[in-house]
Design a protein around this ligand. Structure first.
Ligand code: NAP
Length: 287
């Protein structure tokens, strides 16, 4: 018999990252019992440490925020990406089963190839275009080996606890780059990480299982997003649309990776927050 899980313990892995920070804050604000471990406190690729940690804390929920997130670097470092984003999730799934915990695993719009022109539903066919996307798909498969699992795919994250697109644009503005050249042929849904953290907790509260998409409303291109950042930051910089071909990067990105949040809305009764409102909050917090 596995030890009985303590109902209110949430274990967060990768707690030093952007989403990990905000999940901790959301759960702390609810008065939950949280064990939040940074990479130096729990390396999720270490089987013995994962097992020891989960056995010690017997969490009801494991929130896996640990990930290899350097999308371009993964092209030349696929084995490291696979170890963290794939094999480590097998370890977490096994440990979750040992204590009867729910494994909540985060995944990405980059598991899709972007060939659709209507929002991606959770059951749509996956076909990642990059090493990072392939490693994240391995992680999704591994997460399904937990008897109780919830895979939350999300997209285009920005939050105050990590490097992100908003900060990259602000840095360009600070450096005096003008015009800013930003791709207009990739569409998605920017998502503010505190909104994602709330959505994840809502989904757990609603006993959601399987794959669910959460992203903020509404869809836009990177060019639209950059234009909004400049506007909200009070900058009069010119933002110029360019094509992805003019901006080659090591990892191929899906041209269209708009996630449908219909299942999230059905399960929770909530509608996605606005990324524009998130952007305003972000700018007020990260001066
Ligand atoms: N960022 C996005 O735009 C985006 C979009 C869609 C989905 N996602 C997914 O959302 C999740 C959270 O992403 P995020 O933006 O919060 O990423 P992040 O800020 O890079 O956080 C990931 C954390 O995992 C840690 N980590 C790396 N290897 C580890 C290991 N072996 N053991 C334990 N911790 C380890 C990292 O530590 P170090 O910094 O020390 O390496 C970092 O603190 C990921 O699953 C990601 O794939 C992200």
């Amino acid at each position: 018999m596995p030890p009985a899980p303590s109902p209110s313990t949430w274990l967060i892995t990768g707690a030093g990252g952007m989403v990990g920070h905000d999940l901790r804050a959301t759960l702390d604000a609810r008065g939950e019992r949280v064990v939040a471990l940074r990479r130096d406190e729990l390396d999720v690729t270490n089987a013995r440490c994962v097992e020891q940690c989960v056995t010690e804390h017997t969490p009801a929920v494991i929130l896996n925020c640990a990930a290899y997130t350097k999308v371009d670097q993964a092209e030349t470092d696929e084995s490291a990406a696979n170890a963290i984003n794939g094999s480590a999730v097998e370890l977490l799934a096994h440990a979750a089963n040992e204590v009867g915990a729910l494994l909540v695993h985060l995944s990405t719009d980059f598991v899709f190839d972007g060939s659709k022109r209507t929002p991606y539903e959770p059951a749509d066919t996956t076909r990642p275009l990059s090493a990072y996307g392939r490693s994240k798909l391995l992680g999704e498969i591994a997460a399904t080996h937990a008897e109780r699992h919830l895979i939350v795919r999300t997209s285009w994250l920005f939050g105050v606890h990590g490097p992100n697109f908003v900060e990259a644009i602000r840095n360009q503005i600070r450096k005096g780059t003008n015009p800013l050249r930003v791709v207009s042929d990739q569409r998605g849904r920017p998502t503010y990480t505190p909104h994602l953290a709330q959505a994840i907790v809502r989904l757990v509260d609603a006993n959601a299982r399987g794959v669910v998409h959460y992203a903020d409303a509404d869809e836009c291109s990177w060019f639209d997003f950059a234009s909004a950042i400049a506007e909200e930051a009070g900058s009069d910089v010119t933002v110029k649309p360019v094509t992805s071909d003019e901006f080659p990067r090591p990892a191929v990105r899906p041209a269209y990776s708009v996630l449908s949040t219909r299942r999230y809305e059905q399960l929770t009764g909530a509608t996605p927050e606005s990324w524009r409102a998130g952007l305003r909050e972000y700018l007020s917090l990260r001066a």
